[in-house]
Design a binder for this molecule. Structure first.
Ligand code: SF4
Length: 373
């Protein structure tokens, strides 16, 4: 099974914490769309099995004009067989959820929205320079359901400076009350050279302590478990049977084709390639039929380490029984060398290692200790 990821590198405004590849200059949108269509057409022979999922990420895909989004779907339909596609996700922002817009997305075949709510509190949204209001955060899911979307996931952020634990609890409870089948929650990371990192360096904001962040994460796990969510990946929670298909395939090492500036692709074996992270350069390269691509061939050990890193963040864990004998021995050596306390944090049965959810706060440390050098 294959997935297609399409990167839409435009946003209305820059969120203060963001270091993704995007531009707030919409003038390039039409030109870049024709470059995306050219890339889609040029890569139609890369799929060797059925196309299963399509994911529009960004950036803010919901900012695309209807004309441009239609052109991308026309290119997709002309280049790939979409008849077996089970999930087409579009990342959307709450301020883009007008009734007419939602109806249009549905008419194209988009059947899942990943909505960047982040917080229901106006002060948090202002602090993060989000483009939407608290009222829009509250209304967007209701509007999407009214338009007929059944697969909805919402993103929340914890670790927000100045937000109390009680406010975080209120955010989680509001999210639960919206009755979506999936919730993703990410810790606010302070990336270098972002507006947020400048504010913290200047002392205008104080970064949350590790203890506060841990308390927020544990509260999240507790409340979502009580609401019937399965915590299937460290940042992802789904009602039974509602895990994200595209992301789950990505974590399990499936092949995907990445379209658009900065998008990565993986052949499912050992070749990774990525497009240039510059809208103008990408657009020019595609129009000249001379893609600006870099690639690398991953060694057996690098692939092993990637699988270890992504799968130890999942509930299923990492089954290493089909790895080469040499890598199995090396991993088991690292497992034996874990400290007694770290060793107690993992469970290994029939060559399947997993970290129980109660120990996920220590995942990064365990991965660092197990990774092969
Ligand atoms: S909407 Fe998303 S991609 Fe755009 S600036 Fe905000 S966090 Fe970054």
């Amino acid at each position: 099974m294959y997935g297609i990821y399409i990167h839409i590198p435009f946003c209305k405004q820059a969120c203060s914490y963001c270091d993704f590849h995007f531009s707030t200059n919409q003038k390039l949108q039409t030109d870049l769309t024709s470059a995306l269509c050219a890339e889609i057409e040029s890569r139609q022979n890369e799929l060797t099995t059925d196309l299963d999922t399509i994911y529009f990420g960004g950036g803010s895909p919901s900012i695309l004009t209807n004309t441009n989004l239609s052109l991308i779907f026309t290119a997709l339909r002309g280049s790939f067989d979409l008849s077996k596609v089970r999930e087409i996700t579009l990342e959307s922002n709450p301020d883009d959820h007008s009734a007419a817009q939602l109806d249009f997305w549905r008419s194209l075949g988009i059947n899942r929205l990943s909505i960047g709510i982040q917080s229901f509190i106006e002060r948090d949204l202002t602090l993060m320079n989000r483009a939407h209001t608290a009222a829009e955060a509250g209304d967007c899911v209701v509007n999407a359901k009214r338009a007929g979307f059944e697969k909805l996931t919402i993103d929340l952020i914890y670790g927000i400076p100045n937000q109390s634990l009680a406010e975080w609890e209120e955010n989680i409870r509001r999210a639960i009350d919206l009755n979506t089948d999936h919730i993703s929650a990410y810790c606010l990371t302070i990336e270098d050279k972002t507006a947020l990192s400048h504010q913290i360096k200047k002392g205008d904001l104080i970064e949350k302590s590790d203890e506060d962040i841990e308390a927020e994460y544990l509260l999240l796990c507790k409340l979502l478990a009580a609401a019937g969510f399965d915590h299937y990946e460290i940042s992802n929670f789904a009602k039974p049977g509602k895990a994200a298909l595209h992301n789950s395939a990505y974590w399990s090492g499936a092949a995907y084709v990445g379209i658009g500036p900065s998008a990565h692709s993986f052949d499912g074996h050992n070749v990774r390639r990525w497009n240039v992270s510059n809208n103008a350069v990408y657009t020019r390269a595609m129009h000249q039929n001379n893609p600006n691509v870099e690639s690398e061939m991953l060694s057996e050990m690098e692939r092993f380490n990637e699988r270890l890193m992504t799968l130890l963040r999942t509930k299923k864990g990492f089954n290493y029984s089909s790895e080469s004998k040499k890598l199995q021995v090396a991993l088991e050596k690292n497992m034996h060398e874990l400290s007694k306390s770290d060793s107690a944090l993992i469970v290994c049965h029939n060559r399947n290692i997993h970290i129980p959810e109660t120990n996920w706060l220590f995942t990064d440390r365990i991965i660092r200790a197990l990774i092969l050098a």
